[in-house]
Design a protein around this ligand. Structure first.
Ligand SMILES: *[C@@H]1O[C@H](CO)[C@@H](O)[C@H](O)[C@H]1NC(C)=O
Ligand SMILES: *[C@@H]1O[C@H](CO)[C@@H](O)[C@H](O)[C@H]1NC(C)=O
Ligand SMILES: *[C@@H]1O[C@H](CO)[C@@H](O)[C@H](O)[C@H]1NC(C)=O
Length: 447
């Protein structure tokens, strides 16, 4: 039995004490790890995105219905849990006694959390209001719960906690999608908060922007860019990471570069690498010296090749990260499985997310994404059923909303509450506890 105290939840705390007194812990579902999806993906070649998108230039895309064939068989809630793929980095940070070393591993975690985006051009299913997703990974020592807490604008809140009370990682994301004629830009609005409980530290950051190029014609490719600032709220120390746009010569593609600085803005470490590959940390002086000597010998410039200005072509330069001597490796990505290309470019971790083990049905909340018939049909390769089921679910959601508005009923979230994040003092969605007690009689029938 885990006793975990969320921020503001006396009620669930009292409830938990009662459960403890009764001395019973509800059974938890076991998830094994399947290595593959039930079916290969269906080719999108016969579908024209242009006919749908040409009317939407510059518009918010979240409200536009796209054919299911452009989706990947995961709900956005499941896609969010991919932040947890490299949880071992949080465990590593928990064990480090030096605060700078902790910060650099947290920085690697923040980068690794968005690495699964690489080559993933399928759109995850929009979660229905009240949809939930749980993930228990005893092998990795954590459990996660997420909920779709708002429909317009769409907001997904998640809360992950270590099974040994080492850390809590939570946040809420409101994805803003914009179509720019050739590309779709996704801005994941929302703050990530990582608390290392034994160190009494909290770090917060926001994720970079993600852009899918050539949505109409040409080869699809993905870029992430923007500045990610990881702040240690106890001291004011910061790690500033710059996710670089590909740039005119393509040589910056996927690069991330930044540094850790103290309150007085003194650079303590340089952090560099690619979000698709690996991240290193090095002493700032060593880094500067290396850059200067590289400039003298013209090291990098030979490798670069010009990309036509204004073109959306995939940059050809794909050279790996050159390690500066004296650097420490913080993180390296694991290779994707060989069948990934036929399966939406999923990672091994993503392959497992929608698995429904026999027996788990009785334990999961009825709102869990694993019960979504449209996603289930799509992962089995049945696009027609996926499409009709998706329409049916959306219609059911509209009808429920109408029904509520007639009865003056307010929608209320099940597991999260709108409140103030104590670390940023900003509004945020916070877990109210109780999900894993497995009492779901109040859950709505959304499927
Ligand atoms: C897609 O196109 C291919 C070849 O152009 C054709 O053989 C196939 O029947 C088409 N599939 C559908 C579902 O229209
Ligand atoms: C998977 O990656 C390949 C290679 O970059 C790309 O051509 C393809 O469109 C990607 N597929 C999906 C579903 O994103
Ligand atoms: C973060 O805050 C803690 C608690 O005050 C402090 O001990 C630590 O040095 C800080 N870490 C970094 C990386 O600045």
């Amino acid at each position: 039995m885990f006793v975990f105290k969320p921020f503001h939840c006396r009620f669930s705390f009292v409830f938990r004490v009662i459960v403890l007194l009764e001395g019973e812990s509800p059974p938890q579902p076991q998830f094994s790890s399947r290595k593959t999806l039930p079916a290969q993906m269906i080719s999108r070649n016969n579908f024209s995105v242009w006919s749908i998108l040409k009317k939407c230039i510059g518009m918010e895309l979240t409200k536009i219905a796209m054919p299911v064939v452009f989706n990947e068989p995961l709900s956005f809630l499941q896609r969010l849990s991919e932040y947890m793929e490299h949880t071992h980095l949080i465990h590593e940070a928990c064990c480090l006694s030096d605060s700078i070393e902790r910060m650099q591993v947290v920085a690697a975690f923040a980068v690794s959390a968005v690495a699964s985006q690489w080559e993933r051009t399928g759109k995850p299913f929009n979660p229905l209001l009240g949809e939930t997703y749980e993930l228990i990974r005893e092998d990795e020592g954590y459990r996660l719960i997420s909920e779709q807490v708002s429909h317009h604008p769409p907001v997904s809140a998640f809360h992950a906690e270590s099974l040994k009370h080492d850390f809590v990682f939570h946040g809420s994301i409101c994805p803003k999608l914009k179509f720019w004629g050739k590309s779709i830009e996704a801005e994941p609005k929302g703050t990530m908060t990582l608390e290392l409980l034994k160190h009494k530290e909290a770090y917060t950051w926001t994720n970079p922007l993600c852009c899918v190029h050539n949505v109409i014609i040409g080869t699809l490719w993905i870029e992430q860019y923007g500045t990610v600032e990881i702040l240690n709220h106890s001291t004011g120390d910061k790690c500033i990471l710059n996710f670089k746009p590909c740039g005119m010569f393509g040589k910056e593609l996927h690069k991330v570069e930044g540094h850790i600085q103290d309150k007085r803005k003194k650079k303590l470490r340089v952090i560099y690498g690619k979000w698709t590959e690996c991240m290193y940390s090095v002493d700032p002086k060593v880094y500067e010296t290396h850059k200067k000597s590289e400039k003298k010998t013209g090291g990098e410039s030979k490798k670069t090749k010009q990309v036509k200005e204004g073109s959306d072509d995939v940059p050809e330069i794909q050279e790996t990260v050159t390690m500066v001597p004296g650097s420490a490796l913080l993180w390296r990505i694991s290779p994707r499985p060989p069948h990934s290309a036929q399966m939406y470019n999923f990672t091994n971790f993503a392959m497992t997310l929608n698995e429904l083990e026999p027996g788990a049905e009785r334990l999961l909340a009825p709102t869990d994404c694993r019960f979504r018939p449209d996603i289930r049909a799509m992962e089995s390769g049945d696009i027609d059923t996926a499409s009709t089921e998706k329409e049916r679910l959306e219609e059911k959601q509209r009808a429920a909303r109408k029904e509520r508005s007639r009865g003056d009923e307010e929608w209320s979230t099940q597991w999260f509450q709108f409140g103030t994040n104590p670390h940023t003092e900003a509004e945020d969605w916070l877990y109210t506890g109780g999900y894993f007690d497995r009492s779901y009689s109040d859950c709505l029938n959304i499927y």
